[in-house]
Design a protein around this ligand. Structure first.
Ligand code: IPE
Ligand code: IPE
Ligand code: MG
Length: 229
């Protein structure tokens, strides 16, 4: 593996609503189409030798501000997705993991998340992480609280890194679709030295072909990490 490999890819999937509106559909249609794209990209990542983890931002701690019907639809979609996806995970050697705060989800959805994690835990081709009711700041605060509850009064970066929910903390490449150029409270700690790529494509139109092009672009970059190269 060279330093230009994308080991941990993170994606802010944005633009589902605009994709649907452009076609005269309800926003929920965009979310449905968006879920199909997660499957395609995950299957691709499982066959790509350099990628070992892909993290998708599926629902933020701020997304509760959306209309109740849209939130309910997204919860149902997630449950259906995980139910249908088990086959894809097993066939492609994908280990599923969720990050975020699930306490507020229905019991059925919490159970589905736990069962999917358990059923896929021995798969080794790729780790697919879904960020669900996730906020970067909340994740850091949770880590700090966990550490101080053990009696620690002084914390190191390693202490915090090792108590975050993500198994691999550092992200190599972050892609955000839909033309928006912001982080929206995604993996704040883990993104500190990530390469950023903003694509104008709306998430339901995103493809493995575009992902391959973005990875090629990433390989032309020089990651200096503060040094000189
Ligand atoms: C991303 O698409 C999906 C979620 C945040 C759940 P959006 O729903 O934000 O789509 P736009 O940004 O309104 O087009
Ligand atoms: C970010 O998209 C969250 C997810 C993709 C889950 P949003 O559409 O919620 O972000 P903002 O509100 O435009 O920053
Ligand atoms: Mg959006």
């Amino acid at each position: 593996m060279s330093s230009t490999d994308v080991k941990h890819l993170a994606i802010i999937m944005d633009g589902n609503g605009r994709w649907a509106k452009k076609r005269g559909f309800s926003r929920t249609k965009g979310h449905e189409k968006g879920a199909d794209v997660i499957r395609d990209i995950t299957t691709y990542c499982a066959t790509n030798k350099e990628i070992d983890t892909v993290t998708f931002y599926a629902f933020s701690t701020e997304n509760w501000k959306r209309p109740k019907l849209e939130v309910e639809f997204l919860m149902k979609l997630l449950d259906n997705y995980l139910q249908k996806e088990l086959k894809t995970y097993q066939e492609n050697g994908v280990r599923f993991k969720a990050i975020g705060n699930f306490d507020v989800f229905s019991q059925a959805l919490q159970k589905r998340i736990q069962e999917t994690e358990k059923a896929t835990k021995n798969n080794t081709k790729l780790i697919q992480i879904l960020a669900l009711n996730y906020g970067g700041r909340a994740e850091i605060v949770n880590s700090v609280n966990k550490l101080i509850s053990t009696g620690k009064t002084i914390l190191t970066e390693e202490d915090i890194s090792s108590t975050l929910q993500t198994p691999y903390n550092d992200i190599d490449l972050l892609i955000r679709t839909s033309g928006e150029e912001r982080i929206s409270n995604f993996l704040l700690w883990q993104l500190s030295y990530a390469e950023l790529y903003f694509s104008p494509t709306l998430w339901p139109d995103f493809s493995t072909k575009e992902l391959e092009e973005i990875i090629q672009n990433y390989k032309t970059r020089t990651r200096r990490f503060g040094g000189i190269k």
